[in-house]
Design a protein around this ligand. Structure first.
Ligand code: SF4
Length: 721
């Protein structure tokens, strides 16, 4: 690709939710150089190995550069944009006319920029009139969203990265931050050097790289986190360590939640037995939490990706509410998001059960506000299908046309063979992507070439609510277009007004204005309310120059009387929550076991996750020789004694199978896996040398509140291949 300019461009890393700033520049030899941005407050110039290798991934090998449509023989043919867009718009319109708006769906991605996400959501909920738009963020942090909404009344992350630096105890639950959020982990490592009194507790069934820094590792049995945190709540409450004044003034439901916690978890010895941790270690954790005022509890996929994920989140939040440790420096529950723009997607209502600007589909006042602001012909009035149900509905023939953007569900969803059958049956599968050959694209009828990182412009929001600009520094290759442009073109062809934007700045402005529109109305109590913390009023009215120059800033954002813009590092400092009465809610979390238990036929628990140097289904990281050298192929990691028991040997190929599917990979040891568990990375796919789609093995059971799948607990069998 050609560089746009020789000048250095500040932008944001496209990988994890840490949201590091990078600078891209053109070297004398014509190649691109990517460095850490010393000015960006997420990373202050540091980059992990993935961010450092970004320059190796911006070539055009394998790029989808022109619209393609499958002909009657099933071969993809290059067509004009007009032909491709017309086919999408006319088929979507025809399906809606014949079967209604719920017969079409959009499946989008945390890889999209906020502006793209906003337009996709507006098209689906305000114009098509269905909420059948969901995102791969459903697979990642929807349990955290649901937990936040239950506890706070809004999807709020009450801490910022600086709180890690101010904490005296950091608890990481279900998070291998050393590999998955490396720059955040490096910040913690540096703190441990300079402030040895800082303690780190890691709660994870695996002994991961993150544990190397831990003062205490609790290797909990997979799926038992609720017992552990209910036990903590009970411990705190009955030793006089709860904050009664905070509970009385700012919360509701303490006694009910405590009664549920006490029912099974009042005895630490029982909790230790259920969680399979050493009693003394459990008590050491409870005592550390009890005696330390400044505690940040960071949690990630090990908590969220569970059929009890939302309850896990609330059991953690309950402990912070019980001690009043929230909304103050150095303390609070902290959802560490996976994707670069998982939070931006939440802000614009990219999930099937949300409206834009943190408003709710089930509140008539919110629907009226959004429809009134958009002046749209209709507004979805019930939640749409969440990711797993969406593809099940396609397989059952109820959804007849689906448009997939910037994601590869045939690899990443659970029960991925069902996804394959679904797309094979679907009347129209559209895929907007940057890569031609993916497992999903092999089944698409229409391929739309999208701009990639480095070519597109917009914003992303990281784990600490910080909005940063992604800026283009490369020319658009071939005929690729921004996702927002493609969606607007289809919307116009479907006959919808409201999609005449001349760039991402105009979309961002509309998004910011919607966040402020009638915000605060009807806040006197009762079932309906419009007050929400999410508010970008300070970012409205930016012209292109101001948008281009926009510095990273944390929402909510206000404009001060002197005209300057002010972000917010920490929300809930006033302890005024978004529930109508201003109080937070304790949520009773009765412990439940995972959706499917191990049995004689499937005696091992499959846990899935990331490796250090790859990302998602490897369409970008797979291009980098540096990154590929860390772990060159997929693997099945298990305990050496289990390998002996099941007749597989290190270095040999083995097949793991579940009731849903099977995959083959090489056996290895050394990943800190407890007896009875196996771990397989999520990245490898059907385009790799071996078909190592672990999604085909993963059970499709989901959390009943969030709809997030249980990627961390599938009963499997293993045999030599
Ligand atoms: Fe990119 Fe995350 Fe690494 Fe930062 S920590 S450089 S955002 S992958």
């Amino acid at each position: 690709p050609l560089a746009l300019a020789v000048a250095t461009t500040s932008t944001t890393c496209p990988y994890c939710g840490v949201g590091c700033g990078v600078t891209a520049s053109l070297k004398d030899d014509g190649r691109i150089s990517v460095q850490g941005d010393a000015q960006h407050p997420a990373n202050f110039g540091r980059l992990c190995v993935k961010g450092s290798a970004l320059a190796e991934t911006v070539d055009l090998d394998g790029r989808l550069l022109h619209p393609q449509v499958r002909d009657a023989q099933g071969a993809l043919q290059q067509v004009s944009w007009d032909q491709a867009l017309e086919q999408v718009a006319s088929k979507f319109s025809a399906v809606i006319a014949e079967h209604g708006p719920d017969a079409v769906a959009l499946y989008v991605s945390g890889q999209l920029l906020t502006e793209d996400y906003y337009i996709a959501n507006k098209l689906m909920k305000g114009y098509i009139g269905s909420a059948n738009i969901d995102t791969n963020s459903r697979l990642c942090m929807s349990s955290a969203v649901a937990g936040h909404k239950r506890a706070f009344g809004e999807d709020l992350v009450p801490v910022c990265y600086e709180d890690l630096e101010l904490a005296d105890l950091i608890v990481l639950v279900g998070s291998n931050a050393a590999w998955c959020h490396p720059i955040l982990f490096q910040r913690i490592a540096k703190l441990k050097e300079t402030r040895p009194a800082l303690r780190l507790v890691v709660i994870d069934p695996r002994r991961t790289a993150t544990c190397e820094l831990a003062d205490l590792h609790l290797p909990v049995k997979a799926g038992t986190d609720v017992w552990l945190f209910n036990g903590l709540m009970s411990y705190l409450a009955h030793r006089g360590l709860r904050d009664n004044a905070f509970i009385a003034a700012h919360t509701k439901g303490f006694e009910e939640a405590l009664a549920v916690a006490d029912a099974e978890c009042a005895d630490p010895a029982t909790v230790a037995r259920i969680c399979k941790v050493d009693l003394q270690d459990l008590l050491a954790f409870y005592e550390a939490f009890a005696e330390t005022e400044k505690v940040v509890t960071g949690f990630s996929m090990g908590v969220n990706q569970s059929s009890v994920g939302t309850d896990k989140v609330n059991s953690i939040i309950n402990c912070h509410l019980a001690t009043g440790r929230i909304g103050r420096p150095g303390m609070g529950p902290f959802s560490i998001t996976g994707q670069p723009n998982a939070m931006g997607g939440r802000e614009v209502g990219g999930l099937a059960n949300m409206l834009a600007a943190h408003m709710d589909l089930d509140q008539p006042l919110h629907r009226e506000i959004v429809q009134g602001f958009w002046q749209s012909p209709r507004i979805a009035d019930k939640p749409g299908l969440k990711a797993v149900d969406m593809f099940r509905s396609i397989e059952e023939g109820r959804i007849k046309a689906v448009w997939i953007m910037a994601t590869n569900p045939l690899v990443s969803l659970p029960d991925a063979d069902l996804v394959q059958r679904a797309l094979q049956k679907c009347e129209l599968v559209v895929s907007s992507d940057v890569i031609t050959q993916t497992d999903t694209n092999a089944l698409a009828h229409v391929l739309l070439p999208a701009l990639a990182w480095g070519e597109k412009d917009g914003t992303v929001t990281n784990s600490e609510r910080r909005i940063s600009r992604q800026r283009a520094f490369l020319t658009a290759p071939g005929e690729a277009r921004g996702d927002w442009q493609i969606i607007c073109e289809v919307a116009r062809r479907m006959g919808f007004a409201g999609f005449d934007f001349d760039g991402p700045q105009a979309i961002f402005d509309e998004h910011a204005r919607l966040s402020a529109y009638r915000n605060g109305e009807a806040d006197a109590g009762g079932a309906q309310r419009a007050r929400r913390v999410f508010n970008l009023s300070g970012l409205t009215g930016m012209d292109k120059a101001a948008y281009d120059a926009m510095a990273p800033i944390q929402w909510p954002v206000q404009r001060l009387s002197d005209g300057s813009i002010s972000g917010t590092a920490r929300v809930l400092e006033d302890h005024r929550f978004t529930h109508a009465d201003g109080c937070a809610r304790f949520v009773p979390t009765a412990p439940r076991t995972p959706g499917h238990a191990v049995c004689e036929d499937y005696p091992l628990i499959l846990n899935t996750g990331r490796v250090r140097d790859h990302w998602h289904t490897m369409t970008r990281t797979g291009k980098s020789a540096t990154l590929a050298s860390h772990i060159p192929e997929s693997f099945i990691d298990l305990h050496p004694q289990d390998a002996l028991l099941y007749g597989v040997r290190e270095g040999g190929l083995a097949r793991i199978s579940s009731r849903w599917g099977a995959m083959v990979a090489r056996v290895q040891h050394g990943g800190g896996i407890p007896r009875g568990n196996v771990f397989v990375p999520i990245h490898w796919n059907g385009q790799s040398a071996s078909d190592a789609r672990v999604g085909a093995v993963v059970n499709p059971v989901v959390d009943p509140v969030s709809g997030e799948p249980e990627f961390k607990h599938t009963p499997v069998a293993i045999e030599e291949f």
